[in-house]
Design a protein around this ligand. Structure first.
Ligand code: SF4
Length: 377
């Protein structure tokens, strides 16, 4: 007990002195805390800050979020990735309006039952916003705990998580659970870093078992890396038809050369709900392009007039989505297409503010940088 009390005191004293001033730390509003916790899953703090501020300014309450169309929520999330988080947040906001009078539930089981609210998120929100004595174990806390107590195993293993959670529960400051959880995270984010822990300035170094063993970075055991899958993607930059009337020797251009066709989703169930350039994966560039033509047939009302002839990629770029390393080839053509729920014409200038994927943004930057001859077809 003495050991736990000493560690707890040192940690909280350090946190009080060193905690970074982050926007979500200036509030105890359960809604704002919840939004920040969801955003911080899988996204770096520096990236989250502007998104969090924009999101809270557009949707300052659960009610405003629940009333917003999903499209607008995705627009504000666009660029941060892992869009299921945004969809769940939106869905959960609607459930909170329906069942909890617009207030994030203070009951653990009720919170856990909301879409996208896992064990960690429920514990974090309840401890920070409602001062309930829950210890919240996430990646940073797991690392700190593993090192403090020289715990064996991988973070994902039950044999690791159980003792780690028990240690954290024993350390928990019951009167300041929110500060405690944030202090552990802060230590993991700023001092007890994955490969280069700064033990010399760590407030817990006196008690740290991994440091005593002389190998702090070897705790916890690293998880096996998922193999990167290399794949090909063909993406089409489709412009409207340039010819409305053809008379011998004379061609008339339609205006709107900067208008491009975007469709919902990428391919193979990825990035659903976000606008993308029509795309298809394949085993080879030729296979991807063949699949792209097949997919495009569902959106265009006439065969695509490919610039430079079919099968000639105008540009290549690399992109990563989770474990996929994607070699993207861009094809450019013109075709007519009716707008629908799943396909729409966008002016290039509007794409940035729309609910588009990171890949679509990358392609737009290629176009705007003049690396793709849009308008020259
Ligand atoms: S002493 Fe080093 S390894 Fe131990 S908790 Fe502090 S930074 Fe992490």
């Amino acid at each position: 007990m003495e050991l736990h009390a000493a560690i707890r005191r040192a940690l909280l004293t350090w946190y009080q002195r060193e905690a970074r001033d982050l926007p979500w730390r200036r509030t105890r509003d359960p809604y704002a805390v919840w939004v920040s916790e969801v955003m911080l899953q899988q996204t770096q703090i520096a990236t989250v800050v502007p998104y969090y501020l924009r999101f809270l300014s557009a949707f300052p309450t659960v009610e405003r979020l629940a009333r917003a169309p999903l499209e607008q929520v995705l627009e504000l999330w666009s660029g941060m990735g892992y869009y299921r988080r945004a969809r769940n947040l939106h869905l959960a906001a609607r459930q909170i309006m329906r069942h909890f009078d617009g207030r994030f539930p203070a009951d653990y089981r009720a919170a856990r039952a909301l879409p996208g609210v896992g064990e960690y998120t429920a514990r974090a929100v309840l401890s920070i916003a409602y001062n309930q004595p829950y210890a919240a174990l996430e990646g940073n806390g797991a690392r700190v705990t593993a090192r403090l107590f020289a715990l064996k195993g991988r973070v994902s293993e039950r044999g690791f998580r159980l003792p780690a959670q028990q240690h954290l529960e024993a350390l928990l400051a019951r009167r300041r659970p929110g500060d405690f959880n944030q202090a552990v995270m802060e230590l993991g984010q700023t001092i007890c870093l994955p490969s280069t822990p700064h033990c010399g300035v760590c407030p817990l170094s006196h008690w740290c078992a991994a440091r005593r063993l002389g190998a702090p970075a070897s705790f916890p055991q690293p998880r096996p890396r998922r193999a990167t899958e290399r794949c090909h993607l063909a993406a089409a930059v489709i412009l409207p038809p340039s010819i409305v009337k053809q008379s011998p020797g004379r061609r008339r251009r339609l205006t709107g050369d900067e208008t491009v066709l975007l469709v919902k989703g990428l391919d193979e169930g990825l990035l659903n709900g976000l606008w993308n350039f029509p795309s298809a994966f394949g085993r080879s560039p030729a296979h991807a392009f063949a699949r792209l033509r097949h997919r495009l047939a569902a959106f265009v009302s006439q065969p695509v007039d490919w610039l430079g002839g079919a099968c000639r990629a105008r540009q290549q770029l690399k992109h990563g989505i989770t474990h996929r390393a994607i070699q993207v080839r861009l094809y450019q053509g013109r075709a007519a297409a009716d707008s629908s729920e799943s396909a729409q014409w966008f002016s290039l200038g509007d794409v940035e503010g729309a609910a588009v994927s990171q890949l679509a943004r990358k392609i737009v930057r290629q176009i705007q940088g003049g690396r793709l001859g849009v308008g020259s077809a």
